[in-house]
Design a protein around this ligand. Structure first.
Ligand SMILES: [Zn+2]
Length: 262
């Protein structure tokens, strides 16, 4: 048992490092399997010992070994959150269900993490992540190892109704404001969430992601007005807010405790 926890941490750090590559390269159209990582500033290829998850960042004090350019804090944050997510999945899923359930939800959780970080920095959810997520969710349902869905048909119906539901909300919003309120990427993400968690999760997830989205927005506006003394323009109120991280966070909370959001 202790050995399993140790391996979960090691695998978490390694996968976190891989997720960093995905988050950096995918939106830039670069190959994930391509050459070794380079410093984005000086272009020098990093040695393996510059690439040890988390440790290298601390040893190098967050700077490139060659040119001393600051390394984004996102790297250790992604590695840490990947590891914590896997540990949480270990305790919540692995100890209750078998290894395939654990692997299925690990793929789900890690994809949501990558989507969230990409959406945060690029305001875009890559199809190369969201569409495969739907199909993997269907295969997962087909194996009968997913306790949140009742077989393939249920997963497919859930995906389609997830996409349809966001489409409907967007149309409704369009009717009043004459512009789109939800991005296309979010539709497909909701399809993936439906494939893994089933349509019964939608009310909770949508309500909760709207709530934390609103709270985050109010905190940002409050910070700008009260601390920075800036004026909030009407243009700012129409800025695009990445919705992917809120949807993902709500989906994960639902996965760990379906009743908590009620
Ligand atoms: Zn450098």
């Amino acid at each position: 048992m202790n050995l399993e926890i140790f391996f979960t941490i090691v695998i978490g750090l390694v996968l976190g490092s891989f997720l960093n590559v995905v988050i950096y390269r995918l939106p830039r159209g670069e190959s994930i399997w391509g050459p070794f990582s380079k410093c984005p500033n000086c272009g020098k290829t990093l040695r393996w010992y510059h690439n040890i998850p988390f440790l290298s960042y601390i040893v190098l004090r967050g700077k490139c070994a060659y040119c001393s350019e600051k390394i984004s804090i996102r790297y250790p944050i992604v590695e840490l959150s990947t590891t914590l997510l896997l540990l949480a999945l270990y305790f919540k899923i692995r100890l209750l269900y078998d290894i395939f359930t654990f692997i299925g939800f690990s793929i789900f959780g890690l994809t949501l993490l990558a989507i969230s970080f990409i959406d945060l920095s690029h305001k875009e959810i890559p199809d190369t992540l969201s569409i495969p997520l739907i199909f993997v969710g269907w295969i997962f349902a087909l194996t009968g190892k997913n306790p949140y869905t009742e077989g393939l048909e249920y997963a497919i119906i859930s995906s389609l109704s997830g996409i349809g539901l966001l489409f409907f909300i967007n149309e409704l919003y369009y009717l009043f404001s004459k512009r789109d309120g939800i991005g296309m990427g979010d539709f497909k993400l909701m399809g993936g969430i439906g494939a893994f968690l089933g349509y019964k999760s939608f009310f909770n997830i949508l309500f909760f992601s709207a709530l934390i989205g609103l709270i985050t927005f109010l905190v940002v506006v409050g910070y700008m007005k009260l601390v920075r003394k800036q004026n909030i323009s009407e243009g700012f109120l129409k800025t695009e807010i990445p919705f992917g991280p809120f949807l993902s966070l709500s989906a994960l909370i639902y996965l760990f405790n379906p009743k908590s959001l009620l």
